[in-house]
Write a protein that binds this ligand. Structure first.
Ligand code: HEM
Length: 360
């Protein structure tokens, strides 16, 4: 509350005045009612979509604070904890969004046909808040799929397009993550380079496994190890063809955080990476789930927004990932007992302060 502002007196705020229920509950106006068509399920269709838009609003509200916290240099522990908390909330909302499709699927394809023709060319494709959400997470126009050469802002009003373009200019959460990862301390210092230490550990681990494969004359296993050794080149000798979205330094820092996550200083950074993966996974699940529901409702017909429908949506589920680099890191993990030991100085600095002071 603004300092000095007077709180409302008894009875001045009621449940419905506070929640503006008169406005919210008068915003369901089925086209079928207006035109006198019998289509009972159009109300459900409207309510479900409106509920999504409210949740998108909440997610964007969470992102406002997360992104403002992430814009700080450095991001202090207190802000980091708050960011992880908000991202966890976003994940819970997205899970609810996936579950909500179950309710919509109680409408049969035949019931949908009662009013589908009344929707004209309107489509979820035109949801500005959904575009802002994807864009602010980090789905840039260069990675977006187009259909029929149409960009996602093609049917937007001027005001919507301005908001969308502003989100595109950024900063995006993915961009902020990358900048933050590149500032991660400990990864490379004067006397220590994680990349070198990790590469030596991988080479030693693969050599041990190769010896074992030679002993038992397992040619298949030996070939698999050769392939594994070549695959590791994607992090040790990064090049543009390696297919990472983030820069090599950012990927390296994310790997460092992941493998040494048990150290107290890395608990929150690791929780942050986990929360972003949860969100990416939930978005992909929603896209898959929505595509399946669309197939169930309209089969292979094209969408009211003009796309190929199910086919276009399934491709977005595969290709519109934002934090897939973090998932890909698992390819390059090695067992705990093969991990290179950290220099004592770094180990000490990544411990709890009181524990580190006792050790001195
Ligand atoms: C009967 C239910 C639904 C059907 C048949 C349906 C159909 C479609 C189709 C065919 C598209 C592709 C664009 C087009 O050509 O129109 C699409 C896109 C989209 N729909 Fe739905 N939809 C349904 C429910 C929902 C709901 C409940 C939401 C929640 C907000 C939603 C959000 C979206 C979004 C955000 C897109 C754009 C996806 C992208 O471009 O990545 N849809 N929908």
């Amino acid at each position: 509350m603004r300092r000095g502002a007077r709180p409302a007196g008894p009875g001045e705020i009621t449940y419905s005045s506070y929640l503006k229920l008169d406005r919210i509950l008068s915003a369901q106006e089925p086209e079928s009612d207006r035109l006198g068509v019998d289509a009972h399920d159009e109300m459900l269709f409207i309510v479900v979509h409106q509920t999504y838009e409210l949740w998108f609003r909440q997610i964007l509200h969470e992102l406002d604070r997360v992104q403002s916290d992430f814009a700080q240099t450095p991001v202090d522990d207190w802000r980091m904890r708050r960011m992880v908390h908000s991202l966890h909330r976003v994940h819970e909302i997205l899970k609810l969004g996936i579950a909500q499709l179950d309710v919509l699927e109680t409408m049969t394809p035949q019931d949908f046909l009662d009013f589908r023709g009344l929707l004209s060319t309107s489509s979820g494709f035109q949801s500005l808040q959904f575009r802002l959400l994807e864009t602010r997470l980090g789905l840039g126009s260069t990675r977006r799929l187009l259909y029929e050469g149409k960009t996602v802002d093609a049917d937007m009003s001027e005001a919507e397009r301005a908001a969308f373009r502003a989100a595109e200019v950024g900063p995006t959460l993915r961009g902020q993550l990358e900048a933050w990862l590149m500032r991660t301390p400990f990864v490379t210092g004067e006397r220590y380079a994680f990349r070198t230490a990790y590469r030596e550990a991988v080479v030693a681990m693969l050599a041990r496994e190769r010896e074992w494969a030679d002993d038992v004359a397992q040619t298949d296993a030996a070939e698999a190890l050769e392939r594994a050794a070549r695959a590791f080149a994607a992090i040790f000798e990064p090049n543009p063809e390696a297919g990472w979205i983030m820069s090599p330094q950012a990927v390296e820092a994310a790997l460092f955080i992941t493998v040494y996550r048990d150290h107290p200083a890395l608990h929150m950074p690791n929780a942050l990476l986990g929360a972003l993966m949860d969100i990416d996974e939930a978005m992909a699940l929603w896209r898959h789930r929505h595509a399946l529901m669309v197939e169930r409702m309209i089969g292979m017909r094209s969408g009211t927004g003009g796309s190929s429908g199910h086919d276009y949506l399934s491709r977005t589920a595969r290709e519109h990932r934002v934090f897939s680099d973090l998932f890909r890191l698992s390819t390059y993990l090695i067992p705990r007992d093969a991990l290179p030991e950290l220099p004592a100085e770094i180990e000490r600095r990544m411990g709890f302060v009181y524990a580190a002071e006792e050790k001195r």
